[in-house]
Ligand binder design. Structure first.
Ligand code: SF4
Length: 277
């Protein structure tokens, strides 16, 4: 959440409970400290949480997302020591700057200089520049994106992005488990428990003693996943969301794959084919 207006820290015990549950299944995928907040605004607290996660879930990949304001060489060293694996660095333009690939390269090079980490690879498209950097022990990746051309409607809250209907399935509730700083669990990264418009979409609350991430995953989140599997119109707040929609060129392949799996598990009732796409 906004680091200037809200400095609330996520409860350490709540996080440790989540890490312990994930450790119990030897979780080996990614845990990302992010979510409309700046994790580096309290570096000692972040390092403690990373150390705890490292201990309780030794095989997970630990990552943060930062806007790089507080990132310095000494901070990189501390994060490596704590056990962090990857840093996603989001580069934003200054007020009144207009995105161009040239400007994206300039901001990226400035970051490389500030951190003392040479740029290893650059992947440019007409609306983004993504780079990797050389630093021993932590993978560093940056993204500078033209948000004037690429953006999602954040659960129907940003009108400028609500022009197109969403028909494709959404992978978010299948691939992510999103916990807000309060312990509220949301179906995807676009929905926020602090937005009054999104209150109805809370699927669980880990601040309640005894609440398990596994119960939430198999409970209300399961219903959400079922509603996201088909190539059909979606209800609010997904009706015009473009986030991770299926590109036209992959519709046939994704549809065939989805159909095969739904039939295999005896849920052909959930299969909604892509008419006319
Ligand atoms: S369609 Fe958008 S709002 Fe809906 S679950 Fe997916 S990412 Fe979230």
């Amino acid at each position: 959440m906004d680091r200037r207006k809200n400095n609330t820290l996520t409860d350490a015990e709540l996080l440790d409970n989540v890490f312990t549950e994930l450790g119990s299944i030897d979780y080996r995928k990614q845990i990302k400290f992010a979510r409309y907040s700046e994790p580096l605004s309290n570096i000692p607290y972040l390092c403690e949480r990373i150390k705890s996660a490292r201990k309780l879930i030794p095989n997970a990949q630990l990552a943060i997302v930062t806007n790089t304001d507080y990132l310095k060489p000494i901070v990189l060293d501390r994060l490596r020591e704590a056990g962090l694996d990857r840093i996603y660095m989001s580069l934003y333009l200054r007020r009144r700057e207009k995105w161009s690939l040239e400007l994206a390269h300039t901001h990226t090079e400035k970051l490389a200089k500030k951190l003392g980490t040479p740029i290893l690879t650059r992947r440019a498209t007409p609306r983004s520049l993504r780079c990797t950097f050389s630093y021993d022990g932590i993978e560093l990746v940056s993204a500078c994106i033209n948000f004037a051309e690429y953006g999602t409607d954040r659960g129907s809250t940003m009108e400028q992005y609500t022009q197109q209907e969403r028909l494709g399935p959404c992978r978010e509730p299948f691939e992510t488990f999103v916990i807000d700083y309060t312990g509220s669990v949301m179906p995807c990264c676009n929905l926020r428990s602090d937005f009054p418009q999104h209150q109805d979409y809370l699927v669980g609350d880990l601040s309640k003693p005894g609440t398990s991430i596994f119960d939430i995953y198999a409970g209300r989140l399961a219903a959400w996943r079922r509603s996201m599997i088909g190539f059909d119109s979606k209800g609010s707040p997904c009706a015009t969301c473009k986030h991770r929609d299926v590109p036209d060129g992959l519709v046939a392949q994704v549809a065939a794959h989805t159909k095969k799996h739904l039939y295999q598990i005896g849920r052909k009732d959930l299969y909604k084919p892509p008419d006319g796409r």
